[in-house]
Write a protein that binds this ligand. Structure first.
Ligand SMILES: *[C@@H]1O[C@H](CO)[C@@H](O)[C@H](O)[C@H]1NC(C)=O
Ligand SMILES: *[C@@H]1O[C@H](CO)[C@@H](O)[C@H](O)[C@H]1NC(C)=O
Ligand SMILES: *[C@@H]1O[C@H](CO)[C@@H](O)[C@H](O)[C@H]1NC(C)=O
Ligand SMILES: *[C@@H]1O[C@H](CO)[C@@H](O)[C@H](O)[C@H]1NC(C)=O
Ligand SMILES: *[C@@H]1O[C@H](CO)[C@@H](O)[C@H](O)[C@H]1NC(C)=O
Ligand SMILES: *[C@@H]1O[C@H](CO)[C@@H](O)[C@H](O)[C@H]1NC(C)=O
Ligand SMILES: *[C@@H]1O[C@H](CO)[C@@H](O)[C@H](O)[C@H]1NC(C)=O
Ligand SMILES: *[C@@H]1O[C@H](CO)[C@@H](O)[C@H](O)[C@H]1NC(C)=O
Ligand SMILES: *[C@@H]1O[C@H](CO)[C@@H](O)[C@H](O)[C@H]1NC(C)=O
Ligand SMILES: *[C@@H]1O[C@H](CO)[C@@H](O)[C@H](O)[C@H]1NC(C)=O
Ligand SMILES: *[C@@H]1O[C@H](CO)[C@@H](O)[C@H](O)[C@H]1NC(C)=O
Ligand SMILES: *[C@@H]1O[C@H](CO)[C@@H](O)[C@H](O)[C@H]1NC(C)=O
Length: 502
C-alpha cells in the first residue's frame, strides 16, 4: 500500500507547490496554437497528462494546467513542475528548434524522474533552468549556446549523467548568478568557466561539489560578487590564493581536494563558512580567520599540513580544531604559543611559501627532533633555557622558491646556512651578516638572489656564485675564486656538521 500512497502524496504536494505559478490564465486566454501543440507533446512525453492532468483537448494557458505560466498573448513563458513525479524523456532532438521555447523565462523540472539526453535547446529568454534531481543522461557541449539570458542553472543530483566537462560557452552567460552541478559527474578543469575574470557581472553562487574536476583554480579567477563557492570533493590542485581575490565571499567549501600551498591571507573577507579540510595545505592559520564577525558559523581545517599555533575559535563557531591538531603539523596538540626557535623557523618557511617538503617534517614544538635540514647541538650544547641550540640549516636542493626571511638572524647560535641549488629570490637580509656571531659558512649559491651582498665578517665563508642578479663586487674574500670557494665550503660545512653531531 505504502508504495502507492507515496507518489499520490507527492503529486498532491506538487499541486500546492505549483498552484501559485499560473499567471494570467484567469483571463481564459487561448494558448497560441503552436505552443498548445508543443505543450501537449511535452505533457505526453513527461507523463504530465496523467500526473498533472494536463489533459488532451484542454488549453495549456487555462488554469487546469498547473505549473504553466502564460503571458497576455497566449504564449507559454514558463513551466514549474518541480517535484511532480514526472518521468520519461521530455526532450527529443526535434526540440532543438522548437519555436515554442523562445518565450520561456523559466523551466523548472527539478526533482522528477526525467531522463534521456538533453538536446541543445534554443531558449533565448530563459532566466531560470532547474534540471536537478532527475535522470538526464547527457549534456551536449553547446548546451548553453542559446541561453544567453540564463541567471540560475541547476543540474545537481543527476546521477545518470555521463561524464561531461564545463562547456566553453558557459562564459557567454553574462547574466549568470547561480550555477549548481553537485553530484553530476563533471570532469575536466575549471579553466573554461572561471578562467576569465570579467565574464560574469552577477555570479554569486557556484556549487560543483562531488565531481571529478582536476587541475588548478585559474589564477585569473577574481570576483567581487561571488558569495558562495563550493568545490568540495573533487580532485582540484594548486594553490588557493585565489580566495583573496573573492572580496564578496561568505561561504567557501574546498574540502576533500588536492590543494597545496599556504592558506590565503583572508584580509577584509567576512566569512560564514571556511571549509578546507583534507587537502595538502601548509603554513599558519591566518589571524583574520580567528577574528571573523559574529556571523562566522563553521571552520574546517582537519587533514592538512597546517603549522604554528593551534587556532582557537569562539564557541559559537562549529569547528574541527581538535581533529586538525591531531592530524596536522601544528606545534602543539592544543592552544598555546610555539617555541621561539620554532617560530623563527616557521617565519623562514613562510618566506619560502611553506613548501610541502618542510611542512611534512616541521611539526611539533622541538625543531631538534628530526626537522628536515635543521641541525642542532648535542646534549652538551644547550642554551640558557635548556634547549639544544640550532647550529645549522641545510635546505639545499629542495626546489624552494620565495625569499630569505630575516628570521635566520634570530637563530643566534647558527654556524652554517646552506640554501644552495634552489630558486630563492630577493635580497640577502643584512641581519644575517651582522647578528650571527657563530656563523662560519653561508652557502646561497645557485639561486636567484638579487641586490647587494651585505658585508660579512672575514671569518665567514660566503658562497654566493650562481646568482646572476646578485652584486658581489663589494665582497672580496681573501683571494679565493668562486669555484675553489665552493669546494672549501663543502669541506667546511662537512667539518661543521661533524662538529655539530659529535
Ligand atoms: C478554460 O477553463 C474554464 C474553466 O476554468 C472553462 O470554462 C473554459 O472552457 C476553458 N477554456 C478553454 C479554451 O479551454
Ligand atoms: C535547427 O535549425 C537549423 C537551421 O535553422 C538547422 O541547421 C538544424 O539542423 C536544426 N536542428 C534540428 C535538430 O532540427
Ligand atoms: C541528492 O540525491 C540523494 C539521493 O538520490 C539525496 O539523498 C540527496 O538529498 C539529494 N541532494 C539534494 C541536495 O537534493
Ligand atoms: C570526461 O569523461 C569522458 C567520459 O569518460 C571522457 O571521454 C573525457 O575525456 C573526460 N574529459 C576529461 C577532460 O577528463
Ligand atoms: C588578486 O589580488 C592581488 C592582490 O590584490 C592582485 O595583485 C592580483 O592582480 C589579483 N588577481 C587578479 C586575477 O585579479
Ligand atoms: C547563495 O549563497 C548564499 C550564501 O551561502 C546563500 O545565502 C544564498 O541563499 C545562495 N543563493 C542561491 C540562489 O542559491
Ligand atoms: C587526481 O589527479 C591526479 C593528477 O592530477 C591523479 O594522479 C590522481 O590519481 C587523481 N586522483 C583521483 C582520486 O582521481
Ligand atoms: C594529488 O596529486 C598528486 C599529484 O600531484 C597525486 O599523486 C595524488 O594521487 C593526488 N591525490 C589524490 C587524493 O588524488
Ligand atoms: C614555488 O614552489 C612551489 C612548490 O613549493 C610551487 O608550487 C610554485 O609553483 C613555485 N612558484 C614558482 C613561481 O616557481
Ligand atoms: C625560478 O623562478 C622563476 C620565477 O620566479 C621561474 O620563472 C623559473 O622558471 C624558476 N626556475 C626554476 C629552475 O625553477
Ligand atoms: C655593485 O656594487 C658596487 C659597489 O657598491 C657598485 O660600484 C657597482 O656599480 C654595483 N654593480 C651593479 C651591477 O649594480
Ligand atoms: C646538505 O644537504 C645536501 C642535500 O641533502 C647534502 O648533499 C649536503 O651534504 C648537506 N650539507 C650539509 C652541510 O649538511
Amino acid at each position: 500500500m505504502a508504495a502507492v500512497v507515496v507518489p499520490n502524496l507527492l503529486v498532491v504536494a506538487c499541486f500546492f507547490l505549483v498552484a501559485g505559478v499560473h499567471g494570467l490564465s484567469d483571463f481564459h486566454i487561448l494558448t497560441d496554437r503552436a505552443d498548445a501543440a508543443y505543450m501537449h507533446r511535452l505533457a505526453a512525453a513527461a507523463g504530465a497528462n496523467a500526473a498533472l492532468q494536463w489533459v488532451a483537448n484542454s488549453d495549456p494557458c487555462n488554469d487546469t494546467w498547473r505549473g504553466v505560466n502564460c503571458n497576455g498573448d497566449g504564449r507559454v513563458v514558463g513551466i514549474d513542475v518541480h517535484g511532480c513525479g514526472l518521468g520519461g524523456w521530455i526532450f527529443g532532438s526535434d526540440d532543438a528548434n522548437a519555436s515554442s521555447l523562445a518565450r520561456f523565462r523559466e523551466l523548472d523540472l527539478g526533482d522528477n524522474n526525467l531522463g534521456g539526453p538533453l538536446p541543445v535547446l534554443a531558449l533565448p529568454r530563459l532566466q531560470r533552468l532547474n534540471l536537478r534531481g532527475n535522470a538526464f543522461k547527457t549534456i551536449p557541449e553547446l548546451f548553453f549556446l542559446h541561453m544567453k539570458k540564463l541567471e540560475h542553472f541547476s543540474v545537481g543530483n543527476n546521477t545518470w549523467l555521463e561524464p561531461w566537462s564545463l562547456p566553453a560557452d558557459l562564459r557567454l552567460l553574462a547574466e549568470l548568478q547561480t550555477f549548481e552541478a553537485n553530484n553530476a559527474h563533471v570532469n575536466g578543469t575549471l579553466a573554461g568557466f572561471l578562467g576569465i575574470s570579467t565574464a560574469f557581472r552577477y555570479l554569486s553562487n557556484i556549487s560543483l561539489a562531488n565531481n571529478h574536476l582536476v587541475g588548478p583554480v585559474p589564477a585569473s579567477f577574481a570576483s567581487e560578487t561571488i558569495a558562495s563557492l563550493d568545490l568540495s570533493n573533487n580532485n582540484l590542485s594548486g594553490p588557493i590564493s585565489f580566495v583573496d581575490n573573492l572580496s564578496g565571499l561568505s561561504v567557501l567549501r574546498l574540502d576533500r581536494n588536492n590543494f597545496t600551498g599556504p592558506l590565503p591571507a583572508l584580509d577584509g573577507l567576512l566569512l560564514q563558512v571556511f571549509s578546507v579540510a583534507h587537502n595538502r595545505l601548509t603554513g599558519l592559520v591566518p589571524p583574520p580567520l580567528l577574528h571573523m564577525s559574529a556571523d562566522m558559523e563553521m571552520v574546517s581545517l582537519a587533514g592538512n599540513l597546517l603549522q604554528g599555533p593551534v587556532p582557537q575559535f569562539a564557541t559559537t563557531v562549529q569547528n574541527d580544531v581538535a581533529e586538525a591538531a591531531a592530524t596536522g603539523s601544528f606545534c602543539r596538540l592544543g592552544p598555546g604559543p610555539c617555541d621561539v626557535d620554532v617560530t623563527s623557523l616557521l617565519a623562514i618557511a613562510a618566506a619560502l611559501h611553506f613548501p610541502e617538503v618542510l611542512s611534512r617534517s616541521w611539526k611539533r614544538n622541538d625543531a631538534c627532533l628530526g626537522w628536515l635540514g635543521v641541525h642542532c647541538g648535542g646534549e652538551d650544547d644547550m642554551d640558557n633555557g635548556g634547549r639544544r641550540r640550532v647550529r645549522g640549516i641545510n635546505l639545499s636542493r629542495l626546489g624552494l622558491n620565495g625569499t630569505m626571511d630575516p628570521a635566520f638572524a634570530s637563530l643566534v647560535s647558527l654556524r652554517f646556512i646552506s640554501l644552495s641549488g634552489n630558486n630563492i629570490s630577493g635580497g640577502l637580509p643584512p641581519a644575517i651578516a651582522t647578528q650571527l656571531p657563530s656563523l662560519r659558512v653561508l652557502d646561497v649559491s645557485d639561486n636567484a638572489l638579487a641586490g647587494k651582498l651585505p658585508k660579512f665578517r672575514r671569518d665567514v665563508e660566503v658562497c654566493a656564485e650562481g646568482n646572476p642578479a646578485l652584486n658581489i663586487s663589494s665582497f672580496s674574500p681573501p683571494g679565493i675564486s668562486g669555484h675553489q670557494r665552493s669546494g672549501l665550503v663543502v669541506a667546511a660545512v662537512a667539518v661543521l656538521v661533524l662538529l655539530c653531531f659529535f
